[in-house]
Design a protein around this ligand. Structure first.
Ligand code: LRH
Ligand code: MN
Length: 388
């Protein structure tokens, strides 16, 4: 059994990155509901991310999305983040919102459009140089809607060519993390549909190409923790995009739809060394708060990951291994369920005290008056959203 000291140390060193786009307006094709107090620019988004860190103590970085977070001076944005006690994390490319990309971006039959898309990915590396970011996060909406629309193999060749050009541009400790998704917006083929396709491309590229597991990007019934265990074993798990879903890519708060799945995932992360000091795994949120207030939504999400992590750290690993080795099916399952059924909230409340934080971040944020302040201050201007 891990000592309480070790569990507390691991929880104190946990780091969760929040996404800038979660602070803006988001929705579905039916409606994007605006909310008062929403940021109007990347500087205000970063300031909101800093509030989440101020109340949770474990969310010290914010990932950006280009061009949603385009600014004239990215170094100035990084300095602004630093002044607010956070750093700029992963840089997300966006080759899914331009008319030219209707038939694909880096996989498009037209070489001129492939060039344009690859140049955007390269420009995102320039942003990383300015912000000091380590990770270039790539997600491609590329795919087809009808059988025969394009050649599946040729599209993989085009994708591989673009990824190789971008990989060659990476410097220092910069990494490329490739995200997969089994469908949407394409409805017949998606060019990076699953972990295997992402993994195969990463193997060809090199050590600094790793896979992103977005927990909303799998076919219903997929055992995501198996994929996590395998990618950790292969040292190719680069990052998580945490969220939860009841049906498709719902992008709901992580742990809200299926807290037991999140626990099982974090159990494999702990077992696979993904939380060890110096871990290479980036833990990021990727969510859309379509109807709920954004900053409290992010605080609650960070707490959900923290609670699942605390339960996973409380698994009695020796007892589990002994039961597994003995073929004691019910005994082994019981060890895991004991940890999952442990109420870790008192432990986390006490830990926050040790970090100089209020025991209940949600209550503390509500009492801070910040929500009222930004509603009063942020009048006028264009609210941020999924538009460039
Ligand atoms: C695609 C995705 C990707 C981001 C976007 C905001 O569904 O998960 O990670 O670029 O959401
Ligand atoms: Mn994602």
């Amino acid at each position: 059994m891990a000592s309480t000291t070790a569990v507390r140390a691991a929880l104190k060193s946990q780091r969760i990155e929040t996404p800038s786009w979660a602070y803006g307006n988001s929705g579905t094709r039916f409606k994007v509901f605006a909310q008062q107090g929403v940021p109007r620019d990347p500087f205000e988004k970063v300031a909101d991310a800093a509030r989440v860190h101020a109340f949770t103590g474990i969310a010290p970085s914010v990932s950006l999305h280009i061009p949603w977070d385009r600014v004239d001076d990215y170094a100035a944005l990084a300095e602004h983040a630093d002044a607010h006690g956070v750093t700029v994390g992963a840089i997300n490319s966006n080759v899914f919102q331009d008319d030219d990309y209707m038939l694909g971006s880096v996989t498009n039959p037209d070489p001129r459009i492939r060039r344009k898309a690859t140049d955007h990915l390269l420009a995102c590396v320039d942003v990383m140089d300015a912000t000091g970011s380590r990770d270039l996060k790539l997600w491609f909406s590329d795919g087809t809607n009808y059988p025969g629309q394009d050649d599946i193999r040729a599209r993989q060749d085009r994708l591989a060519e673009a990824l190789a050009q971008v990989y060659a541009r990476l410097g220092g400790d910069q990494r490329m993390i490739l995200e997969y998704k089994f469908f949407e917006p394409a409805f017949y083929t998606t060019d990076v549909p699953d972990w295997g396709t992402a993994y195969a491309h990463c193997l060809k590229l090199g050590e600094r190409a790793k896979v992103v597991v977005d927990t909303g990007h799998h076919a219903p019934g997929t055992n995501i923790e198996f994929i996590v265990a395998l990618l950790l074993r292969e040292d190719r798990l680069g990052a998580f995009d945490f969220n939860s879903r009841f049906y498709a890519d719902d992008d709901l708060m992580v742990g809200a739809a299926d807290p037991f799945q999140l626990f099982r995932i974090m159990h494999e992360v702990v077992r696979g060394g993904g939380l060890d000091a110096g871990t290479e795994v980036a833990f990021m949120l990727d969510q859309c708060h379509n109807i709920e207030p954004r900053i409290p939504g992010q605080i609650r999400s960070v707490m959900n990951v923290q609670e699942a992590t605390a339960k996973a750290l409380l698994v009695d690993a020796e007892a589990l291994e002994a039961a597994q080795r003995a073929g004691d099916v019910l005994g082994a399952n019981a060890v895991l369920m004991d940890a999952y059924n442990t109420d870790v909230r008192p432990l986390l409340a006490d830990l926050r005290g040790e970090l100089g934080l209020a025991p209940d971040p949600m209550a503390a944020y509500a009492a801070s008056g910040h929500a009222e302040r930004i509603r009063a201050e942020r009048v006028g201007g264009a609210q941020a959203g999924w538009g460039a």
